[in-house]
Design a binder for this molecule. Sequence first.
Ligand code: NAD
Ligand code: 022
Ligand code: ZN
Length: 377
Amino acid sequence: MPLKVRAAVAYAAGKPLEVTDVALDGPRAGEVLVEIKATGICHTDEFTLSGADPEGLFPAILGHEGAGIVVEVGPDVSSVKKGDHVIPLYIPECRQCPSCLSRKTNLCTAIRTTQGQGVMPDGTSRFSIDGRKLHHYMGCSTFANFTVLPEIAVAKIRDDAPFDKVCYIGCGVTTGIGAVINTAKVERGAKAIVFGLGGIGLNVIQGLRLAGADMIIGVDLNPDKKAWGERFGMTHFVNPNEVGGDLVAHLVDMTKSGADQIGGADYTFECVGNVKLMRAALESCHRGWGQSIIIGVAGSGQEIATRPFQLVTGRVWRGTAFGGARGRSDVPKIVDWYMAGKIAIDPMITHTMPLAEINKAFDLMRDGKSIRSVVVY
Ligand code: NAD
Ligand code: 022
Ligand code: ZN
């Protein structure tokens, strides 16, 4: 008998989610059944729901930023057991595929194809409604109070961590902090610029503070973000609307130092998804060594541009997915950092609501009124 679970179903692009009962089949070999206790709402969920994602599948159960408890394990599961607290991983960590073995990337390929097709690794879905199949989403589907996940796509975490806070580690926190520590490998004393101070950029800022950066410049069009940035370690704020003249020239000027008075940041981070801003972020880097990390996801079909001279003179353009984190190894450590008070999460969770109000979380995100909304089951 399938389980009856409460879920927010995305029936079609551009329509609000519908909260209803759906059927969930139990875990098969290598899979676990997880009771989701809390989930964050992130831009990718909106990107897919809006219809802007060309790979979006409907009907589906969205959500990829959750935390919960293992309630049942399928055959051949060895790394987690019933009762374990876990965070679902939209990038799994199998530790066996060529990518995992390379140690050069976190982009595990073990279940990549089926995950993109909205099904479990055996090619089938565990979710249905009235006999009609529902797609899984990013391998997680956390907009349901129970979900089935491959064993390699859950990180086991300590059991004293609050679900309604650590769910954010399932995407935003790890992406921002990981981009600083894993991707850029920022060193003490560095100068950095963060473009976009939302749920990702603020986590980049706290990652930079953790790494010991000296100068942390935040850039945002919204003047309210000055106070937000300062709360997490930002040392300077720039509102592009208040810069008389060229933004890049202004930022380069702010970062001038040394006998040669050449400006530019050691590291810049694009946390918006705007291709023009990606160019500004690259060109605000120091010649010879500055690195610009792209975190923001741009709309499909968008392209970035710069003059080759920018790269010839040693600037580096890079991107990062999930902050370069290997989920099963790194996520439990970030939970420990939170529990030890090394990083903050609570103030960034500006809204908490029951599943019935999940569409409000999307409205708040679209209107720029929230940093993060969390649904508690
Ligand atoms: P957000 O909406 O909370 O924040 C965006 C911020 O950018 C806002 O404060 C807004 O005022 C500011 N902004 C918008 N246009 C600007 C401009 N032209 N100049 C300066 N500031 C500007 O979004 P978020 O949750 O922080 O997510 C940011 C991006 O990161 C999204 O594209 C999201 O999809 C992406 N993301 C990527 C990964 C990854 O693994 N690469 C993971 C999570 C999120
Ligand atoms: C999460 N993201 C944005 C906001 N929250 C996000 C979106 C996409 C990726 C990472 C984070 C991403 C980067 C590279 C890939 N994806 C491809 C990974 C690969 O091919 O190995 C990505 C991921 C999952 C899915 C699609 C694209 C999916 O499950 N549909 C990680
Ligand atoms: Zn996300």
